[in-house]
Design a protein around this ligand. Structure first.
Ligand code: GH3
Ligand code: MG
Ligand code: MG
Ligand code: MG
Length: 413
């Protein structure tokens, strides 16, 4: 994203710019005055974060020069009063953020995180009322301008859309609908997805006392009574998405090996067990590759542990880039790796193993003392076994055989 910050407090602008650059891979420019702003082509930016009051500059200027040109804007102000708030919320802006001493930039950073997170994760709106659908659609497009919005007219269509577009993250659903109502729709989603996988916000105008708690109990993440304030829905969405981002981060920490970024052993077993059962059901063949760096102890002893780490990272990189996206590569132990190849008979796995062995044989690393170091791995492959553990055990025996010569691939044929 290309971001423009318009702010006359130079220090504030600089800090905000630094914070954004620290966190995101965005290009950020700053304009500190109207004079600087007039030299800039605003159309080049995906998003403008702007102060409201500057010399010769107020919300009317912003309205005419930025908002009316359809550039997404986040406004910042230190002094929002009630009248001003009302006025701002009527404008076509993503949000307005209150500058305070204590929160520094957290609100803006959060907002950018949410916008970025939803950039590749569509929002699904389900409602049988065309008017309600249109109002929510407009609201979402205004508040989340980088997000694709998908609509459905009832739960049945909602389920279809979810199947067609598996990366939908957030669902806004009405309660009373024909064919499949909100209650049944939420129950259907929860059969397949946990609370953190699909976020559901239920919206209803039903005045029945227990409807909100019932919807929450069967699996909605949040609930809003219709009619609701536009800003409130946005805040609920943002809070739920913030939680989702935190959960994703925690999962990443729990599932990934910190040195290589590969999946760790625990996650490997978690996911590989499931994939193995699916493969058995669908009668697909899977293969396991066990890889181990040769004479690694000697490399560590000669060049030091840090150099050893560089080699582990290089091997990980080659492994990950030698297999398909839906195969799993994990760090199994210190200098041992495991690869799960889905829908891959052992003879193909052998070809892949050989390709990996050769790539690693060709690679080299240069460490901090300018040592050029080459390294090799041995690979054991199997697809034999009634369960995952057996296949791994067989691949391990093949690795043991490969280690008789090293820099070798042995497959269980
Ligand atoms: P072989 O060819 O038989 O596999 O010999 P090897 O020396 O590679 O095998 P061995 O199992 O004897 O030694 C593995 C070494 O890997 C020992 C351990 O200190 C080192 N190691 C394990 N984890 C790490 C790590 O994260 N970083 C580094 N640098 N070394 C590690
Ligand atoms: Mg309805
Ligand atoms: Mg080993
Ligand atoms: Mg080794």
């Amino acid at each position: 994203m290309n971001i423009l910050i318009i702010e006359d407090d130079k220090i504030y602008a600089k800090h905000l710019c630094d914070e954004i650059c620290k966190k995101f891979d965005f290009r950020v420019d700053v304009a500190n005055s109207l004079h600087e702003l007039e030299k800039i082509n605003i159309q080049e930016y995906d998003l403008v974060i702007s102060d409201i009051f500057m010399e010769d500059y107020d919300e009317n200027y912003i309205k005419e020069n930025i908002i009316d040109k359809n550039i997404p804007v986040i406004l910042m102000t230190a002094f929002p009063d009630k009248v001003f708030r009302e006025k701002i919320l009527k404008l076509n802006v993503i949000d307005f953020i209150i500058k305070t001493e204590s929160n520094h930039f957290t609100h803006i950073i959060y907002k950018l995180e949410v916008l970025e997170y939803l950039r590749h994760r569509p929002i699904l709106i389900v409602d049988d009322s065309k008017t309600a659908l249109l109002i929510n659609l407009r609201l979402i497009k205004k508040r989340y301008p980088f997000t694709q919005v998908i609509t459905a007219k009832d739960g049945v269509e909602g389920c279809e859309k979810l199947k067609e577009c598996p990366n939908i993250k957030l669902i806004l659903t009405d309660y009373e609908m024909p064919r499949m109502d909100g209650m049944q729709f939420i129950q259907n989603i929860r059969k397949q997805y946990d609370l953190d996988e699909k976020i559901i916000i239920a919206l209803s105008s039903v005045t029945e006392k227990h409807i909100s708690s019932t919807l929450l109990k069967i699996g909605a993440n949040d609930f809003l009574n219709k009619p609701f304030a536009e800003d409130e829905l946005m805040c609920r969405i943002d809070n739920n998405i913030k939680n989702a981002i935190l959960i994703d981060e925690i999962k990443e920490l729990a599932f990934r090996d910190s040195l290589t970024g590969l999946y760790n052993r625990r996650y490997f077993f978690d996911i590989a067990e499931k994939m193995f059962l699916t493969a058995q059901r669908e009668e697909e063949e899977v293969s396991i590759l066990m890889c181990d760096i040769d004479h690694f102890k000697k490399i560590n002893d000669t060049y030091g542990h840090q150099t050893g780490d560089l080699i582990i990272k290089k091997v990980s990189y080659i492994l990950e880039n030698s297999v398909r996206k839906n195969d799993i590569v994990a760090r199994y132990g210190g200098e041992e790796f495991i690869v799960f190849l889905y829908d891959c008979p052992v003879r193909f796995a052998h070809i892949i193993g050989e390709k990996i062995r050769k790539s690693i044989e060709k690679a080299e690393i240069i460490d901090s003392n300018d040592n050029k170091i080459k390294f090799t791995i041995s690979v054991g492959i199997s697809s034999k076994g009634d369960n995952l553990e057996e296949v791994i055990k067989n691949a391990d025996s093949m690795l043991y055989k490969a280690k008789e010569t090293r820099n070798k691939v042995v497959a269980d044929k």
